[in-house]
Design a protein around this ligand. Structure first.
Ligand code: HEM
Length: 201
């Protein structure tokens, strides 16, 4: 994959996550239409609607699962509210967006962390997509593309904080496997959902 954001130490669970999801990332990246010549404002709105339809129920599931470690601050990492504001800025009709129902099961701290790895990691690619969408569609933080730059200048630091948190938790082999399985399922559920919403290339 691409050059990694500066990291001091790569914990074993992160090595496993990368080995377990790199292929899924590459496959999904290829099918997302951010760089497609046919991506216009309408198609971008439909894409962000589909993103919202996944992030919204998944973040609610994380919150309601009771499985998140008590010292993890989910509120400051929620992205669905920003997606909702983007959709309003883009003029999306109504607030009743449809939600994905086939989500990864979050029945342990390990599963919650696997899901979060995917949602947090996606902010890194957002930095590339943000530039593309600004150039292609003239959208930025104020008019419909805040999600792509959700952590702004803090993106790298917040990723490293997350990785440090992940690496600081004692995990046995079974737990590491559960983290990777949840991350894997998150990627595949997202891809299946996006496909069902007909927003992939
Ligand atoms: C066209 C769309 C995308 C592009 C161009 C892209 C690009 C990237 C890039 C460049 C990185 C590495 C950044 C760095 O290490 O500094 C990255 C990491 C990552 N991306 Fe994406 N990405 C895209 C979509 C997604 C999506 C949709 C997801 C999941 C919902 C995702 C999840 C991740 C994860 C989990 C990582 C962290 C990998 C790691 O270092 O362990 N990406 N992406």
């Amino acid at each position: 994959m691409q050059a990694k954001a500066r990291e001091v130490h790569v914990p074993p669970v992160l090595q496993d996550l990368r080995a377990g999801t790199a292929e899924l990332h590459i496959a999904l990246e290829k099918r997302l239409p951010f760089f497609s010549d046919t991506l216009d404002l309408r198609a971008f709105e439909r894409l962000m609607r589909a993103y919202h339809g996944f992030y919204h129920p998944l973040e609610a599931a994380l919150r309601d699962s009771g499985a998140l470690p008590a010292d993890f601050d989910l509120d400051t990492r929620l992205k669905a509210p920003t997606l909702q504001r983007d959709l309003q800025a883009l003029g999306a009709n109504g607030t009743d967006f449809s939600d994905c129902r086939q989500l990864p099961v979050i029945d342990s701290a390990a599963a919650a962390l696997g899901v979060l790895y995917v949602l947090e990691g996606a902010t890194l690619g957002g930095q590339i997509l943000r530039r593309e969408i600004a150039a292609r569609l003239g959208l930025g933080a104020d008019n419909g593309a805040a999600f792509l730059d959700i952590y702004g200048a803090a993106t790298g630091r917040r990723w490293r904080d997350f990785i440090e948190y992940l690496g600081s938790r004692p995990m046995d082999t079974d737990e590491r496997e559960a983290v990777v399985a949840a991350a894997h399922t998150t990627f595949s559920c997202f891809e299946r959902w996006l496909e069902s919403q007909e927003v992939l290339v």
